[in-house]
Design a protein around this ligand. Structure first.
Ligand code: COA
Length: 190
């Protein structure tokens, strides 16, 4: 099981004791402002379990994130394979969700840089994308800080949201591995 360390963060496998703070995070209406709805505890637990199982089998997944030193669980940063269809799928995306007390410190950017390197070096990906609803400026700023570039041609309406939903219009950001190597492989849907 791979763990990623940065100066301030440990990105690691999910643990039983993460479930309670993760459910609190997923129930926070500010954290979930750009999602259709906060998650129930059951949904939150199932999401954590799924990431645990993906990490166990060394598939692209969202890492549980704790602050080194404090050892407190603050959310996730990692990779995911979107299950919906769009012109840019199949693909691997990078994403993040942190508790509010961990915002404004550069932690998402710090962890995301380590995840990008992990995706390219360990999973041998040829490209990593990210997307979010147009209004999510904080997340878009993380994408830009880690070097992703907006692909305006990739703008799309999220197929999981109904026509006219204010969160439906999404922007797409892309990056490509700096080095291309022969071990690169396309993502599999999971
Ligand atoms: C998206 C999210 C992770 C971004 O968090 P964030 O704290 O804004 O991003 P970072 O951790 O990169 O921190 C950047 C901020 O820290 C500041 N900062 C302080 N020290 C820093 C450092 N060492 N390095 C970089 N930035 C630093 C930056 O100036 C910036 O401040 P600003 O917000 O006033 O401009 C957070 O808002 C979140 O969890 N949102 C809810 C979930 C969500 O929407 N996820 C994305 C779905 S696509």
């Amino acid at each position: 099981m791979h763990e990623l360390r940065t100066p301030r963060l440990l990105l690691r496998q999910w643990r039983q004791e993460d479930l309670a703070p993760y459910a609190v995070l997923n129930a926070d209406p500010v954290v979930m402002e750009f999602f259709p709805a906060p998650l129930t505890t059951a949904e939150s637990n199932a999401h954590a379990q799924r990431q645990h199982d993906l990490l166990d089998s060394d598939r692209p997944a969202l890492f549980a994130v704790e602050r080194r030193g404090e050892g407190d669980f603050i959310g996730f940063i990692g990779l995911a394979v979107p299950r919906f269809e769009a012109p840019f799928t199949p693909c691997v995306e990078i994403g993040w969700r942190l508790s509010r007390n961990a915002w404004g410190l550069g932690l998402a950017t710090e962890g995301a840089r380590a995840v990008l390197a992990h995706g390219f070096d360990h999973h041998r990906l040829t490209e990593i994308v990210s997307f979010t609803t147009v209004q999510n400026t904080r997340s878009r700023a993380v994408m830009e800080r880690i070097g992703l570039v907006r692909d305006p041609a990739g703008d799309f309406d999220h197929p999981s949201l109904p026509d006219g939903h204010p969160l439906r219009p999404h922007v797409l950001y892309r990056t490509a591995a700096v080095t291309s190597d022969t071990g690169a492989k396309p993502p599999e849907r999971v």
